[in-house]
Design a protein around this ligand. Structure first.
Ligand code: CDT
Length: 313
């Protein structure tokens, strides 16, 4: 039986701070309709796909913060997306800001199957940025203020006929995150991102470097774990703050097979054969034969780098 999935990466153009949820959900639904018209099985949306990339804004106003978060999923404004996906028989993966019933805040991505049921939930573990307002930066990146690190580990799920995993944005830069999924046999990693086009602490690092590092991380992660990977941007100029585009689908050999050409709402469609992950997993990246965990203790035993003491030489 073929294990080919028709995958769609639903890149979003900018969402302005004042854009209402209803308008954003209508854009998500338009992309899903396009995907349905092309017989897709699965649509992947970006990180924080329902709002502007709000961690750039500092606020202490609880009501303002609450407005960025979803306390129910699906809720009244997102239910139409779930209904449409179910009617069209398409699965999807959606990033959003989650507020739990206990009042905890996470940067979350869910996987919804073709019947409209939430079958997977991942909460972002590698939160970049800072907690307090930083006057030294050209703009803020307050993920550490608005979210706590994910508490669900790095799960995978059997869904859509394969082994599926999710990572969110900054996670793609951490090989440990990929390897956690690789060690569970992941066949497709779905990732959404909001990556500012410039470095707030290094003015000469612009979009070309940002795109280079983004693709480098995605291609390395897919290759070293012999899995498919899809990375989906929220791109373009949000209230004067540019985000890179560059949504990609990467094959298990680390090659880019589809890539966005705009910074707007754009759908990439690619047939991905999950069995194409098998060769790498059985040869160069057959973990059971080749990994040497007796030498990897530092990876889980130590957080920061500790160089050896300086000697006389
Ligand atoms: N959203 C998110 O995690 N953005 C970060 C910005 C870090 S600066 C390179 C990212 O890793 O893209």
């Amino acid at each position: 039986m073929s294990r080919t999935i028709r995958l769609a990466a639903a890149q979003l153009g900018p969402i302005q701070r004042a854009d209402p949820r209803r308008v954003v959900v209508a854009r998500l639904m338009a992309l899903l309709e396009q995907a349905a018209g092309r017989d897709c099985d699965l649509v992947v949306y970006p990180e924080l796909a329902l709002t502007t990339f709000f961690p750039r804004w500092y606020t202490e106003d609880e009501a303002e913060i609450d407005a960025w978060f979803e306390s129910v999923m699906p809720g009244p404004e997102t239910q139409p997306l779930f209904d449409l996906a179910q009617r069209r028989g398409i699965g999807f993966s959606l990033g959003y800001a989650e507020k739990t019933p206990e009042g905890r805040h996470f940067n979350t991505q869910i996987l919804v199957d073709k019947t409209g049921r939430i079958v997977g939930r991942y909460r972002k573990i590698h939160l970049p940025g800072h907690v307090d307002f930083d006057p030294e930066r050209a703009f803020q990146h307050l993920e550490k203020r608005y979210f706590e690190p994910g508490d669900l580990g790095f799960p995978v799920w059997r869904a859509m006929g394969g082994v599926m995993g999710m990572l969110i944005c900054n996670d793609r830069r951490w090989p440990e995150a990929w390897r956690m999924l690789g060690l569970q046999g992941v066949e497709l990693v779905m990732l959404g991102y909001n990556t500012p086009s410039v470095n707030s602490q290094k003015a000469d690092e612009g979009p070309a470097d940002r795109l280079f590092h983004h693709k480098l991380a995605m291609q390395a992660g897919a290759y070293q774990n012999s899995c498919w990977a899809v990375a989906v941007a929220k791109a373009g100029d949000e209230d004067g703050h540019p985000l890179i585009g560059g949504s990609v689908i990467v094959d298990p050999d680390g090659k880019i097979v589809a890539e966005a050409t705009t910074e707007g709402d754009e759908l990439l469609v690619q047939d991905i054969d999950l069995d194409a992950t098998r060769f790498g997993k059985a040869t160069i990246f057959d973990f059971a034969r080749h990994r040497r965990i007796e030498h990897y203790g530092l990876i889980t035993g130590q957080t920061g780098a500790v160089p050896p003491p300086e000697g006389d030489a």
